[in-house]
Each structure stands twice: as C-alpha cells, then as structure tokens.
Design a binder for this molecule. Structure first.
Ligand SMILES: C[S@@+](CC[C@H](N)C(=O)[O-])C[C@H]1O[C@@H](n2cnc3c(N)ncnc32)[C@H](O)[C@@H]1O
Length: 311
C-alpha cells in the first residue's frame, strides 16, 4: 500500500467520519445539490441493471438508494466507521439483505472478475483519493463493469475557485446551528479569513498544471507524527476524464458539473430557496438541467460527473 493510500485510509477511518458524512445534506447546500443530481442520474439509468458495485460507498447514500430499488449492491469502502454507519442505515431502511459490505481499497480490485457487475458507481471523489493510481483505478472500475459506469471525481476547474476563496464553504451552510465542527469553524473564522486574505497566483497555477491538491511532503510528515492529515487528491480536467474512459472502451460518455449553477448564488438566497419546498424542487430541477450542459461541466462545485456505456 503506498503512502498516499495509507494517509487516505487513516483520515477516512477517523471515528466520527461516518456520523458526520451521513448528515452532509442537512448541513451544506452544495451537498444537497450534488447528491440530488447523482440520485436523478442513477434513477434514470437503471434499465437492465440488477447488480451494482459502489466503490467508496461511504455511509450508503447511493448503495441504500439502489438496494431500495430492489438491486443487489456491493458496498465497498476503505473506512470501517463509514461501513458501520452504512450498515446501521441499511438496517433501518430494511435492505440489509440486498447489500454486501466489503472493506477494501479501490487500488486493488483483483478479487473481482471482468464484467462482474451490471453497473459500477463511485461518487464524490473516491477515485481522486487513489492518487497516484487514479488512472489504473478507473481502468479497473471499467473492467468489472458489464453495462454502465458512473463516476464523480474531483474537478480541477471546479476546485480552483474554491482554493482561491477561503470562505467559499460559508456560501453553502444551511444549518448555522449544526453541531458539525466544520460549520462552527467556518462561521467563527470568516472575518479573520477575510482580513488575512491575499490572492496568491502560484499555488493556483501549480494545481491548474498538476491537478494535485495538498503538499505530499507535509502530509507524509504529519502522518509519520501519528496525525491524520487531509490526503493528497487528484483533480481531473473534463477532457482528460473523457479520454481515460474512452481509452478503456467506454462509449456514449456524458459529463456534468453538479453545483455549477448553485455556486453563482449567495448564501442568503440559497437558504431562502432551500427553506421553501416548492422553490427547492424547482431549483433542483433547474440545476439538474443546467449542470449537465457540457460547457459548464468543469465548473461543478467539487465534482466532475461522468456516465458511459461499456462497449
Ligand atoms: C466523500 S465520501 C463519498 C461517499 C459516497 N460515495 C457518496 O457519494 O455519498 C468518499 C468515500 O470514499 C472512501 N474512500 C477514500 N479513499 C478510498 C480508497 N482508496 N478506496 C476505497 N474507498 C475510499 C472514503 O472512506 C469515503 O467513504
């Protein structure tokens, strides 16, 4: 297992990860938009699908959704706290018997034969956490898929505005009273962040060029001290993701950038929309339409989404 996988594994195995990740859509509006987009894509593309592999399935947001549709799902994740939370939620949803839980790293899918699953999915960037093996991971995910693949990976064009704006997460806070430490940190540090802010071109140019977020040397040193630093993640360009999928035999590829529209709207307006069920429904309908436009797909808030058919 290489260093970056070990760093990622330690971070995702922090004990409170499952609990926090399962509350994302109650806490942050960008998560509502992104997960809603993926849910719609999934439910519209289940023809001929009976079996699913969900790689980096987390606390089961999509594995449970698909099990509820009557599908047989393999829920695969590197994190025990995530899997524990997913098992608890699957039991509450009455679908435990349709989900097989496997703890493992996407860097090694050798246990699965070619074309083992009708549908292979991996959402909210697990592939990006497999850096430097992200291309091999995509190749392996395609290999075990029989009919269709859907991925969302970290987006380079989408992440750069985030990197340049230390208070961007504040735009998406839905519940200002959430006990999530991240929310309170965003609220408490906002003024300080603005005071200390200076635009620095160099790190942006570097990420634009390399697609890498995070400093490997710093992360290694923190890991060696026993800490759980944020892992090094690889951010894809849209044409690059399309090229990798096509080179592995995926056809009819569609790209989308969930969150591209929402990121143009300030927090006060987003919160008003989210707190009115009729407006929220119309807004999410519109986002789903707008964010699938290929000209904005790179500007998805965190993720670049791709769907394609296996040749
Ligand atoms: C942001 S969560 C997304 C969860 C879920 N797919 C969703 O969309 O709600 C990322 C997940 O990827 C998992 N992960 C990260 N690196 C991984 C790896 N190398 N192999 C397998 N899972 C990994 C984490 O444990 C975490 O559950």
């Amino acid at each position: 297992m290489d260093y970056s996988t070990r760093i990622s594994e330690r971070m995702w195995n922090l004990p409170d990860k499952g609990e926090l990740e399962s509350k994302r859509e109650q806490t942050f509006i960008d998560d509502i938009v992104q997960k809603n987009h993926i849910e719609r894509e999934l439910l519209e593309h289940l023809d001929g699908v009976h079996t699913v592999f969900d790689g980096g399935a987390g606390c089961g947001r999509f594995s449970i959704l698909l099990a509820r549709q009557g599908l047989q799902v393999t829920h695969f994740d590197i994190s025990r706290p995530m899997i524990n939370k997913a098992q608890e939620l699957a039991e509450a949803a009455g679908v435990l018997d349709r989900i097989t839980f496997v703890q493992g790293a996407l860097e090694d899918l050798s246990a699965y034969a070619d074309r083992s699953f009708d549908l292979v999915i991996s959402f909210d960037a697990p592939v990006s956490y497999t850096y430097p093996q992200q291309e091999k991971t995509i190749r392996e995910l395609v290999r075990i898929a029989k009919k269709r693949i859907m991925l969302s990976v970290s987006s380079r064009l989408g992440a750069l505005p985030y990197l340049a704006n230390p208070i961007q997460k504040n735009q998406f806070i839905l519940d200002r009273n959430s006990p999530d430490g991240w929310v309170q940190w965003c609220l408490d540090s906002r003024e300080q962040m603005i005071r200390d802010f200076a635009f620095r071109k160099e790190p942006l140019m570097e990420t634009l060029k390399t697609g890498l977020m995070g400093d490997m040397e710093e992360a290694r040193a923190a890991y060696d001290r026993g800490e759980a630093p944020w892992s090094i993640t690889y951010h894809f360009m849209p044409d690059e993701l399309e090229r990798i999928l096509a080179a592995n035999g995926v056809r009819d590829i569609s790209l989308a950038g969930p969150g591209a529209f929402a990121r143009t709207i300030p927090n006060e307006i987003l919160v008003k929309i989210m707190n009115d069920p009729a407006q929220k429904k119309d807004f999410l309908d519109f986002c789903y339409r707008y964010d699938r436009n290929p000209y904005v797909c790179g500007m998805g808030k965190d993720n670049l989404f791709a769907r394609g058919e296996i040749a």
